[in-house]
Design a binder for this molecule. Sequence first.
Ligand code: ZN
Length: 138
Amino acid sequence: MKEKLYCEVCGRETSVLIPVIIDGALVYACPRCAKLGTPVKRKTEPPPPPRRPVPRRRGRSPDLLAVEWELVEDYGRRIREARNRLNMTLDELASRVGERRSALAKIERGELRPTDQVIARLERVLGIKLRFKIEEKS
Ligand SMILES: [Zn+2]
């Protein structure tokens, strides 16, 4: 036996109820009233919760296993200072670390995050540390 359905908006009996948003509230309305609201995508079966993508780096949350280190915030300044200390031009450094000059300039301004590979090379070439270890809480 089928349960009778009543529209939550007009109160009329209806064969089908459509979930819609009316005035910010979710209501089940008959097709006629549903036109007054914003349709809500809803299947009869709630979809399984989407698998949460593992955040690559978000703060220092302890459940991050893939990342044991974090880039220092002032990496750009550190790179520029180290480069100046070594009297190295941007071009020289770029060729040493295998990065484009324009990209390196952006990195020094803190506008571009260097790739892990470039970070490692910059550390080696400039003799500086650009990473700090993320403390693991156990
Ligand atoms: Zn209705």
